[in-house]
Design a protein around this ligand. Structure first.
Ligand code: FES
Length: 152
């Protein structure tokens, strides 16, 4: 399989690999078919009224593209507000790597879903269960559309 140099760079030199002890939120997602797993840790700081992701780390058990998309996703959300991080689409993750082979597009969906899951966990830890549920429901709709398009 042909991967572009940006993907290879993120795979061989992953950014923000590892974990955050006492993270504000941790999201773990897996792909039902390939079995790859992404775990994303976020630390959130309050800056006035904004909630800013000050630190992000990941641990991924998966393919080259799963590791590269996890790595670039951490770069995309670091320093962003929770609201802006939630607005990131899986296509943006793929674009940040200069594109993915079509068969690997679902890897970017996994990275996207890990962001959503980490934010939902953060909201749950804040005692905002209904907000966490809302994030997860939105993401479930997205997952159904992206990971199981043939069901529709
Ligand atoms: S092959 Fe499934 S996430 Fe990469």
């Amino acid at each position: 399989m042909q991967f572009n140099p940006t993907i290879i760079d993120h795979f061989t030199n992953p950014r923000n690999a590892g974990e955050i002890p006492n993270a504000s939120g941790v999201g773990t997602v897996g792909h039902p078919v390939c079995g790859d797993i992404v775990r994303l840790y976020i630390k959130v700081d309050k800056k006035g009224a904004e909630e800013v992701i000050s630190e992000v780390k990941f641990k991924t058990f998966g393919c080259t593209a799963a590791i590269a998309t996890s790595s670039v996703a951490t770069e995309l959300i670091k320093g962003k507000t929770i609201k802006d991080a939630l607005a990131i689409k899986d296509q943006e993750v793929a674009d940040a790597l200069g594109g993915l082979p079509p068969i690997k597009m679902h890897c970017s969906v996994l990275a996207h879903d890990a962001i959503q899951a980490a934010v939902a966990d953060y909201k749950k830890n804040l005692g905002q269960a209904s907000m966490a549920e809302k994030v997860l429901q939105e993401n479930l709709k997205h997952e159904e559309a992206e990971l199981h398009p043939r069901k529709k």
